[in-house]
Design a protein around this ligand. Structure first.
Ligand code: PGA
Length: 248
């Protein structure tokens, strides 16, 4: 199965920059996209329409970085899952640690967003991961298991939902877990999904995220437990993102 290489652009990219990055990815993607890897980019809300127009008829999928749990309503400043679908998004990242910490998002809220995304026909990519203090205390497995149990809606597996293991201490820091640590956590997540969803879970895609770069991508993506990567900083440089995809 091709690995999924997802770019999380975070709060980067005015419209001209976003269009230029999307064009460079579209031009460079053909040797890898769909063959070695499925490619996905998740620009900020404000660039979704622009990037979606550039990527139309390309093998690169479009996704967003968050959604509100309600399909519409009096929620000033929020964006709903049907609105993302309407713009051509296929995926949405939910429960990223920057939203869990920066916006106080609870597992229950993430779960409600997951349900809303699925109802709108989007594929959720749900982020889980421990902080450095939690890993140093030996609590990483308990933390990730608890996040997983409480952040996924019951229809998650049937909707082909994806989990991204992103240790908070590896995001944007240049630090990554060892191959053994990544493999162990992915195995734990897979076992948790199998226990909850059984056969309905099929063979779920579990991504690794946190300081994935061209020089470490091959070793991370070679792990059989790893179904792809969620890439932050390196997804803002077309050559780096394409090099990561080529390493899949
Ligand atoms: P990073 O971010 O690749 O810059 O560490 C990953 C993420 O936050 O999804």
């Amino acid at each position: 199965m091709a690995k999924l290489i997802a770019g999380n652009w975070k709060m980067h990219g005015l419209s001209a920059e976003a269009a230029a990055l999307a064009s460079a990815l579209k031009e460079g993607a053909s040797p890898v996209a769909g063959v070695r890897a499925e490619l996905l980019v998740c620009p900020p809300f404000t660039a979704l329409a622009t990037v979606g127009a550039v990527l139309r008829d390309s093998p690169i999928a479009l996704g967003a970085q968050d959604c509100h749990p309600a399909p519409s309503g009096a929620h000033t400043g929020d964006v709903s899952a049907p609105m993302l679908k309407d713009l051509g998004a296929r995926f949405v990242i939910l429960g990223h640690s920057e939203r869990r910490t920066g916006h106080g998002e609870s597992d229950a809220l993430v779960r409600a967003k997951v349900a809303s995304a699925i109802a709108a026909g989007l594929i959720p990519i749900v982020c889980v991961g421990e902080s450095l203090a939690e890993r140093e205390a030996g609590r990483e497995e308990a933390v990730v298991s608890a996040q997983l149990a409480a952040s996924l809606s019951d229809d998650f597996a049937a909707a082909c939902g994806t989990v991204a293991y992103e240790p908070v201490w590896a995001i944007g820091t240049g630090r990554t877990p060892t191959a053994q640590q990544i493999a162990a956590m992915h195995a734990l997540i897979r076992a948790g999904l199998a226990a909850r969803f059984g056969a309905a879970g099929g063979d779920p895609l579990i991504l690794y995220g946190g300081s994935v770069k061209p020089d470490n991508a091959a070793s991370i993506l070679a792990l059989p437990e790893v179904g792809g990567a969620l890439v932050g900083g390196a997804s803002l440089v077309a050559a780096d993102f394409l090099a990561i995809a080529a390493a899949a």
